[in-house]
Design a protein around this ligand. Structure first.
Ligand code: GZL
Length: 320
C-alpha cells in the first residue's frame, strides 16, 4: 500500500496555515480608516491643508472620512461622535476653537480610538485625551512678525491688527506673542484690533471700518493671515492708499497669493505657516493604529519668513 502521509500531511499543513494567516493577511491589507474633522474652508491656507490631507490619504490607500466643520465647533464635535460610532481606527481634528473638546474626546478614549490634534491646539485638563499634537508654533510666528516690524520701522508706528478666529489657538498665540514682541518698543503700538475670522471678505470689511474710524492716523497693518491681509489691501487701495508703501503690511501664512503680494510690494513681510500636514499626520496615525506611541508627543513645523529680500526666489519652488 502506498503511503500518502507526506502529501496528506503537507496538504493539511497548507490548509491550516491558510486558515491562520488569512485573517492576518487581511488585517495587514485592510485600509486604515481615519476620521478627519476639518475646521472649514475659510482661507487659502485651509484649502492647501485639506488638499494635502485628501491627496496623501489617496496616495496611501487610506479610507478617509472627511468632515468639513464649516467654521462651527458644534459640527466638529458631531463629526467626531460619528467617527466613534463608525469605529474608525484613528481620529484627526483640526480644532476651530481650543475649548469644548473634553466630553467627545472622552467618548473616543472609551472606544479606544486614538486622537491626533493637528494644526491648532486644544485646552483640556487631561492631556491623555489625545495621543499627539502636530502643528505650527503660532507664538514663534507672532514673535517673528514683531521682530521684523521693529527692525523695519526703527521701533515706531501705529498698528491696526486683524485677528484670526476668536477662540482659536492660532489667533490667541499670534496676538499674545506679537504684543510681547513689540512691548519693548514704546513707540510701536497696536491702536486697534478686531477679528476678521481669517477670511478675506471680512478682513476687507474690518479694514474699511478701521479706515473710517482712524482716517490716515495709522501706519501699519498686522494681519494674522494672508487672506485677511489681501482683503485689507483691497480696502486700502479703494481708499487711494498704496499698500506696502503708504501702509506697511505684515502677515502670516505665506500662501502663494501672499508671497506674490510680497513680490508685488503690497505685503511687506509674511511669516510662513506650513499647511502640508498629510504625510506627518498619516505617519503618526499608522503608528497609533499599530499600537505604537508617537514621540515626541508635540511636533512643530519649522517656519521661515518672506520679504522683499527672498520672496521672488522662493515663489517658483513654493508647494502651496
Ligand atoms: C494656522 C491655521 C490658520 C491659518 C489661517 O495653522 O490654523 O487657520 O493661519 C487658517 O489661514 O484659516
Amino acid at each position: 500500500m502506498k503511503i500518502y502521509a507526506p502529501r496528506m500531511f503537507l496538504r493539511t499543513c497548507l490548509a491550516l496555515s491558510a486558515l491562520i494567516l488569512a485573517p492576518l493577511a487581511s488585517a495587514a491589507t485592510k485600509p486604515l480608516k481615519i476620521g478627519f474633522a476639518q475646521t472649514g474652508a475659510e482661507s487659502a491656507w485651509r484649502t492647501a491643508n485639506t488638499e494635502s490631507m485628501k491627496s496623501e490619504a489617496a496616495k496611501r490607500g487610506i479610507d478617509l472620512k472627511f468632515a468639513d466643520g464649516q467654521g462651527k465647533p458644534e459640527n466638529q464635535i458631531r463629526a467626531v461622535r460619528s467617527f466613534v460610532a463608525q469605529g474608525v481606527d484613528v481620529i484627526i481634528i483640526a480644532p476651530i476653537e481650543t475649548t469644548g473638546w473634553e466630553p467627545v474626546l472622552r467618548e473616543a478614549k472609551a472606544a479606544k480610538i486614538p486622537v491626533i490634534v493637528m494644526d491648532r491646539s486644544i485646552d483640556v485638563s487631561d492631556e491623555s485625551l489625545y495621543a499627539c499634537f502636530i502643528g505650527s508654533d503660532f507664538a514663534e510666528e507672532g514673535r517673528m512678525a514683531a521682530d521684523w516690524l521693529a527692525k523695519h520701522t526703527n521701533g515706531k508706528g501705529r498698528i491696526l491688527e486683524l485677528q484670526g478666529t476668536t477662540g482659536s489657538s492660532a489667533a490667541g498665540e499670534r496676538k499674545r506673542a506679537f504684543a510681547e514682541g513689540i512691548a519693548k518698543y514704546p513707540d510701536l503700538k497696536v491702536i486697534d484690533s478686531q477679528s476678521g475670522n481669517f477670511g478675506r471678505e471680512l478682513g476687507k470689511q474690518v479694514m474699511e471700518a478701521f479706515l473710517k474710524k482712524h482716517g490716515r492716523n495709522f501706519d501699519i497693518v498686522y494681519a494674522h493671515n494672508d487672506d485677511m491681509a489681501l482683503g485689507a489691501i483691497q480696502a486700502i487701495e479703494a481708499a487711494g492708499l498704496k499698500p506696502g508703501k503708504d501702509v506697511m503690511i505684515v502677515s502670516i501664512d505665506a500662501v502663494r497669493e501672499g508671497v506674490e503680494a510680497v513680490v508685488a510690494g503690497k505685503i511687506n513681510c509674511t511669516v510662513e505657516c506650513n499647511p502640508l500636514f498629510g504625510p506627518k499626520a498619516y505617519d503618526a496615525a499608522a503608528k497609533l493604529a499599530a499600537g505604537q506611541p508617537v514621540l515626541p508627543r508635540k511636533q512643530f513645523n519649522k517656519d521661515e519668513l518672506f520679504d522683499a529680500t527672498n520672496a521672488a526666489a522662493a515663489l517658483p519652488i513654493r508647494k502651496y
